[in-house]
Design a protein around this ligand. Structure first.
Ligand code: 3PG
Length: 384
C-alpha cells in the first residue's frame, strides 16, 4: 500500500479518497505524496520518494513551488474548495467593521444588576455603540479569483456597490461575475471613493504591501480594510498609523502578528478563513483526488508549478515527462518518434512543461533513457 505524509491535520474525510489503496499519517516512511495546509516547507527536507504535494487550501506561499518544479515534484492546491468559508468570514469582517459589535459584547458582559438592572443599563448605554450598515456602501474587491468573485457577487446581493479589479481575470471566468459588479482596470480606479476594500490576491512581489501609507493617503477617510488573504499584503506599520489617525475606520485581518494585537481599531482574527468543517472536507477531497489522479494516471489538474495536462486513458500504460520549458521541442520530437505512443498531451508555461502519453505497451528502457538524457528533462515517470 502506498502512503501519504501529512504535515498538518487533514480532514479525515480524505479517507474516502484514499480508500484502501493509500494510508496517510504524520510519520509515513517513503511517502508518494505529502498533504499539508499552512506548514512552512521552505526549510523542509523533502523525502526522495515524493512525487507530488497537495496543498489542502489555496495559498502556496508556504511551499517552494519553483524549487520543487525543478526537482520534478508536482504541487497542487485546491482552488475554490474553501472559498465559501472565506467569503463568509469577509462578510463577518465587513459587519464587524461597520457595527461596534465587539466592544458592545465586551461592555454588556461586564454589566451587573445594581441601582439599575442590566436591561435598564443596556437601554441607556447602547447609544455608545451605534454603527453603520453596509447596504449602499462601496466595496472594492482586489482579486477576482474563486474567493474574490464570490465576495463581489455576495456584496451585490447585500445591496452594496461593488468594484472589482483583477488584471489576470480571463473572459471565461469574468462571465461568472455578477453583471452589477463594475470591473475597473487600474488600482487607482479600484481605490477611488470606496468605503471598504477586501484583498483576494496571492502574495507576490507585485502585491506585497499593496496597502501602504502612500496608497492609503489617496483613499477616502474612514474606509475599512479587510484582509483575509495574506498578512504581507498590508504594511502593518502604515495601517496601525492609519487606524490611529482615523484615516482607516477598521482594519480586520485574519493574519495576526504581535504588533497588530490590541491596536486601536484593528480587529485581529487567528487565520480562521478556511477553518470550517465544510471547507476542510472540500480541500482534503480536492487535493487528495488531484494527487491520486497524478500518481495513478499522470494527469495534472490544478497544479501551481506545472501546466495542466489531461488525457483520457487508453492502451496498456501511461508515460509522464516533466521538463524545463526550453526542452519542449526536443521532448515532443522524442515522444512523436516513439512507436508505442498512441496519443499524448503536452503543455508548457512559466518555465516548466509536462507531457502525458498513452502507450500501447511498456516502453523499452532505451526509449526512457533517451528521454532522460534530453537536456532539460526533469523526470520520466510511469504512473500506475
Ligand atoms: C488558504 O490559503 O487556503 C487559507 O489561507 C487557509 O489556510 P489554512 O488551510 O492553513 O487554514
Amino acid at each position: 500500500m502506498r502512503s501519504f505524509l501529512s504535515l498538518n491535520n487533514i480532514s479525515p474525510v480524505v479517507d474516502t479518497v484514499l480508500k484502501d489503496k493509500y494510508t496517510m499519517s504524520a510519520d509515513a516512511a517513503n511517502p508518494v505524496g505529502i498533504m499539508l495546509r499552512s506548514f512552512k516547507m521552505h526549510d523542509y527536507v523533502l523525502p526522495e520518494s515524493v512525487l507530488c504535494i497537495g496543498r489542502a487550501g489555496a495559498g502556496v506561499n508556504n511551499i517552494p513551488i519553483e524549487k520543487y518544479a525543478q526537482q520534478g515534484v508536482v504541487v497542487f492546491n485546491a482552488p475554490g474548495a474553501n472559498s465559501n468559508a472565506v467569503k463568509e468570514l469577509v462578510l463577518t469582517a465587513m459587519l464587524l467593521s461597520g457595527r461596534k459589535i465587539i466592544p458592545a459584547i465586551n461592555w454588556v458582559n461586564g454589566l451587573k444588576d445594581g441601582e439599575k438592572t442590566v436591561s435598564e443599563q443596556v437601554e441607556k448605554g447602547k447609544s455608545a455603540f451605534i454603527g453603520n450598515e453596509i447596504m449602499g456602501k462601496t466595496l472594492a474587491v482586489y482579486g477576482l479569483g474563486a474567493i474574490g468573485m464570490k465576495v463581489a457577487n455576495m456584496a451585490i446581493q447585500l445591496g452594496m456597490k461593488v468594484k472589482g479589479y483583477d488584471p489576470y481575470l480571463s473572459d471565461e471566468l469574468a462571465k461568472h461575475l455578477d453583471e452589477n459588479v463594475e470591473r475597473v482596470f487600474t488600482t487607482d480606479d479600484l481605490i477611488k471613493d470606496i468605503d471598504f476594500i477586501t484583498l483576494h490576491v496571492p502574495l507576490t512581489d507585485e502585491t506585497k504591501e499593496f496597502i501602504n501609507a502612500k496608497r492609503l493617503e489617496s483613499m477616502k477617510d474612514g474606509l475599512n480594510v479587510i484582509n483575509c488573504a495574506r498578512g504581507e499584503l498590508v504594511s502593518n506599520k502604515d495601517i496601525i498609523e492609519a487606524c490611529k489617525s482615523g484615516k482607516v475606520n477598521r482594519y480586520v485581518t485574519d493574519f495576526s502578528t504581535s504588533e497588530l494585537l490590541n491596536q486601536e481599531n484593528v480587529i485581529c482574527l487567528p487565520h480562521l478563513g478556511a477553518s470550517t468543517p465544510e471547507a476542510e472536507d472540500n480541500c482534503a477531497v480536492m487535493a487528495g483526488n488531484q494527487m491520486i489522479e497524478f500518481i495513478e494516471n499522470g494527469n495534472i489538474i490544478n497544479s501551481v508549478n506545472y501546466p495542466n495536462v489531461k488525457l483520457e486513458k487508453q492502451g496498456a500504460c501511461r508515460l509522464v515527462v516533466l521538463f524545463a520549458e526550453g526542452a519542449k521541442d526536443s521532448i515532443e520530437n522524442k515522444i512523436k518518434s516513439m512507436k508505442k505512443v498512441i496519443d499524448y498531451k503536452l503543455a508548457a508555461r512559466k518555465g516548466f512543461g509536462a507531457v502525458v502519453a498513452n502507450i500501447s505497451d511498456k516502453p523499452c528502457c532505451n526509449c526512457l533513457d533517451d528521454l532522460k538524457a534530453i537536456d532539460g528533462c526533469i523526470k520520466v515517470y510511469l504512473p500506475e
